[in-house]
Design a protein around this ligand. Structure first.
Ligand SMILES: C[S@@+](CC[C@H](N)C(=O)[O-])C[C@H]1O[C@@H](n2cnc3c(N)ncnc32)[C@H](O)[C@@H]1O
Length: 212
């Protein structure tokens, strides 16, 4: 895929995630949506790292890495929501080796890839099947919650974050999504009563750092 086609596709996908965040993602995923995701990622899972992550190179995690550098605490309990093949969860475990890291996703095939990568690297990360809108964790459970390149279930993600905890949201091509959508996303986060929301663009990427 040519670079400009990849850039355009990535932007449209991130735009879609933001549109979902501001609309349908306020409710739990329907059975149909879960089935479609599983169907789609059953085909994609095995080649996702090659086709999407490796193809984007260091741009894939550029905004996430920039946000991670700004986190000044050492979290003990970390959650990566909608983890896919575990890119963020494994990165977080490498950065905070003493922390308990958990990754969740609805796609069993994507989770299988994540588990295999963790096994190969000998990284102790727990991966669970779960809808991002109905996380199987109590309130105030995590010191750091991360989400990259996926729809954001704002109230649910903030619910499981402890007061004073950090939320790191990153989109590989989020900076190219129209400003109107980015501002609306920031407002939605502020609406749920978090302490601070900082939105920053890094190249094509967008990083949103939130403290509860
Ligand atoms: C584009 S992949 C990104 C995965 C990973 N965060 C990354 O940065 O590589 C999006 C992932 O979000 C997951 N997903 C989408 N909607 C979800 C939902 N409602 N609950 C849980 N996972 C969801 C998909 O199954 C898929 O694995």
């Amino acid at each position: 895929m040519k670079a400009w086609t990849r850039r355009l596709t990535s932007t449209l996908i991130d735009w879609g995630y933001m549109a979902m965040t501001l609309g349908p993602a306020k409710r739990p995923a329907s059975n149909l949506y879960r089935r479609l995701l599983n169907f789609y990622y059953r085909k994609q899972a095995e080649r996702y790292d090659q086709k999407v992550i490796a193809a984007a190179g260091e741009l894939y995690g550029q905004a996430f890495d920039a946000g991670l550098k700004k986190i000044v605490v050492r979290p003990q309990r970390i959650l990566d929501v909608n983890t896919g093949t575990g890119y963020v969860a494994l990165r977080l475990k490498r950065t905070f080796p003493d922390a308990d890291v958990v990754g969740t996703d609805v796609s069993t095939q994507m989770l299988d890839q994540a588990r295999e990568k963790a096994r190969q690297e000998n990284l102790a990360v727990a991966f669970f099947e779960a809808d991002g809108a109905q996380l199987p964790f109590p309130e105030n459970e995590f010191d750091l919650v991360a989400l990259q390149n996926a729809p954001l279930y704002i109230e649910e993600i903030v619910r499981v974050l402890r007061p004073g905890g950090w939320l790191l949201i990153a989109y590989t091509s989020g900076a190219l999504v129209p400003k109107f959508w980015r501002v609306r996303l920031q407002r939605e986060l502020e609406r749920v009563g978090v302490q601070r929301v900082e939105t920053e663009r890094y190249g094509d990427g967008l990083c949103i750092l939130v403290t509860k």
